[in-house]
Design a protein around this ligand. Structure first.
Ligand code: B12
Ligand code: SF4
Length: 496
């Protein structure tokens, strides 16, 4: 059977990979969604994978089946592509996050959808295509076993168009219940692990030294993580992953992780307000533990990329400047800034439904405000989001961060990674013309009362009076804000 598998791209992402400069290559690294589907197909299938970030869709392709993977922001584009092939009488199957979380919508745009994981149902899909009776929603009754997964056919990708095609997944899902998170909704707050020896066998035969674990929370199961890291030590590979900061309550674990080759982790810190974290049920770590946890990771040469989200109900226009200060103060190495987005299928989306003013999924790319924030205008939220991105990736800040990193143990191992990600984001700022502005410019912000829990960035209660205006119409400068009172001796975090 001839199968065309498509990863759509929309807006600024489409064909970004064709430019020589700032091609976004640093941020293209997985494609495991489609590679996993390809791996499940019979050996005699002829499979082509098309990534719209780097190539055109072969609209006239002579194929028996089209499969499209789809996040929410890419749903409109996926539906457009599906419509084209269905008009040519080629059956289309949609899969991935969005069809899984919005199956009733997705099925209106395809002949069939796969809700959840492909393993366990893809063979049935192909059998039904052969019989000409492909139809409806295909879903596993219970999550498929992760033992014996076939190796992703990475040779189907154009290696030089990717930051790395060495992407591996050891676990699926996350046990936490953050109410805005699509992963929690997709995995129903569970995590499953692949056998350690199978992960190690896959890692062993990856070319080069560097690879990425695309897991959402690799350290959620400590025992599993310890076994995996111990087995990785002799391979002398280098890798990055995603984790919560809860690991920092176990310094031996962090040491083992570094010995196993970890040079960077992406951590969803989200906010520096404990109230904000609590409001979305993010309980896996606490703001007061950030400083010590980050120091510990840095002491082991592990770079920290923070996921930062703006638009929580506690965020007012001063949150952008305060957050930038704290990011500098905590010596965060890289950030990914997002606008709070009520993703369909998550509990938070239901709670925010009445405040949503934009239902065009294309804008659910974490760079647009799609609902009315509580304490600022949507335009301020977008301006502040862009402003923080641009400020954080100013060349002088990048250089300062890299120099600071050089003073840490094992610095040389992580340096190329930190430099690549920082310059990748700088490239994005230039290429996309990200500018923004600080919505609180000229306003006092250092005298804001703190949350009940000691946090560096506070939430201003609605009725907090502003500083009085001076006779020249300016507001008085508040006293210098004391250093953020993050706990100094905390090595104990909530368990992950
Ligand atoms: C790696 C990754 C990326 C990479 C690479 C993505 C890629 N092309 O492979 C990059 C960095 C490019 C990326 C970018 C973004 N990402 Co991303 N990404 C991920 C991450 C961490 C892992 C994806 C992965 O490789 N999974 C491993 C595979 C094996 O699992 P899978 O994708 O679930 O696929 C299985 C099933 O879903 C199904 N399936 C999937 N596709 C298909 C297709 C068919 C035909 C079939 C039959 C089955 C099927 O079968 C697969 C095997 O079982 C996920 C988190 C996650 N858990 O998925 C977030 C995630 C998908 N990303 C997300 C987001 C929001 C983004 C960005 C918008 C972030 C941003 N702020 O810019 C951008 C979008 C860029 C754009 N507009 O194109 C969200 C999507 C939420 C949603 N509801 O849409 C996720 C879920 C993260 C999160 N915590 O919310 N991402
Ligand atoms: S810890 Fe991260 S991956 Fe897990 S549910 Fe919360 S936000 Fe999602």
């Amino acid at each position: 059977m001839k199968i065309l598998l498509i990863a759509p791209a929309s807006g600024k992402w489409r064909h970004v990979g064709r430019s020589r400069l700032f091609s976004g290559r640093t941020f293209r690294f997985s494609m495991l969604s489609l590679l996993s589907v390809a791996a499940e197909s019979p050996e005699d299938s002829i499979i082509q994978i098309v990534d719209e970030q780097i190539e055109d869709i072969p609209w006239d392709a002579d194929v028996d089946l089209v499969g499209i993977t789809c996040m929410t922001a890419l749903a409109p584009r996926a539906y457009e592509i599906a419509q084209h092939f269905r008009q040519r009488n080629i059956p289309v199957v949609l899969g991935g996050m969005h069809p899984t979380l919005c199956p009733d919508e997705a099925i209106r745009h395809a002949d069939a959808i796969v809700a959840g994981e492909a393993e366990g149902v893809w063979q049935k899909v192909l059998a039904d295509v052969s019989r000409g009776c492909l139809r409806g929603i295909y879903r596993n009754e219970r999550p498929p076993s992760l033992a014996g997964l076939k190796e992703p056919p990475r040779h189907l990708l154009e290696n030089d168009k990717y930051g790395t095609i060495n992407a591996v997944q050891a676990t699926r899902g996350c046990p936490h219940g953050c109410d805005f998170c699509a992963v929690a909704a997709f995995s129903q707050r569970t995590q499953r692990q692949r056998p350690v020896e199978e992960v190690i066998a896959e890692v062993k035969q990856l070319p080069g030294r560097m690879f990425i674990f695309v897991d959402d929370n690799l350290t959620a199961d400590r025992e599993y993580a310890k076994r995996l890291f111990s087995a990785l030590v002799p391979l002398r590979k280098r890798w990055v992953t995603q984790s919560t900061l809860a690991i920092a309550d176990d310094p031996a674990m962090v040491r083992l992780m570094a010995d196993a080759g970890c040079i960077g982790i992406f951590v969803g810190l989200e906010t520096f307000s404990e109230n904000n974290l609590e409001s979305v049920n993010k309980t896996c770590h606490r703001v007061e533990q950030y400083r010590e946890a980050i120091r510990l990771l840095h002491r082991h040469g592990i770079g920290v990329q923070a996921g930062i989200v703006f638009g929580f109900d506690g965020d007012d226009p001063t949150v952008f400047r305060r957050t930038l200060e704290v990011l500098d103060d905590l010596a965060i190495d890289m950030i990914q800034v997002s606008i709070f987005t009520p993703l369909p299928g998550t509990p938070r989306a239901k709670l925010l439904a009445e405040r949503v003013f934009d239902r065009d999924w294309a804008n659910y790319d974490f760079h647009h405000a799609v609902f009315e924030p509580a304490k600022m205008r949507a335009s301020e939220l977008e301006a502040g989001h862009d402003w923080v991105t641009r400020q954080f990736y100013r060349p002088w800040r990048i250089v300062r961060r890299l120099i600071r990193h050089l003073g840490r143990p094992r610095a040389l191992a992580a340096l190329p990674y930190l430099a690549a990600v920082n310059s990748g984001y700088y490239g994005r700022v230039v290429r996309w013309g990200i500018r923004g502005s600080d919505p609180a410019r000229g306003r006092p912000y250092r005298d804001r009362p703190l949350d009940p829990a000691p946090t560096p960035v506070s939430v201003r209660p609605r009725n907090t009076p502003r500083a009085p205006a001076t006779s020249r119409g300016r507001r008085t400068r508040p006293p210098k804000w004391p250093r953020p009172p993050i706990a100094k001796n905390s090595e104990s975090t909530a368990s992950g």
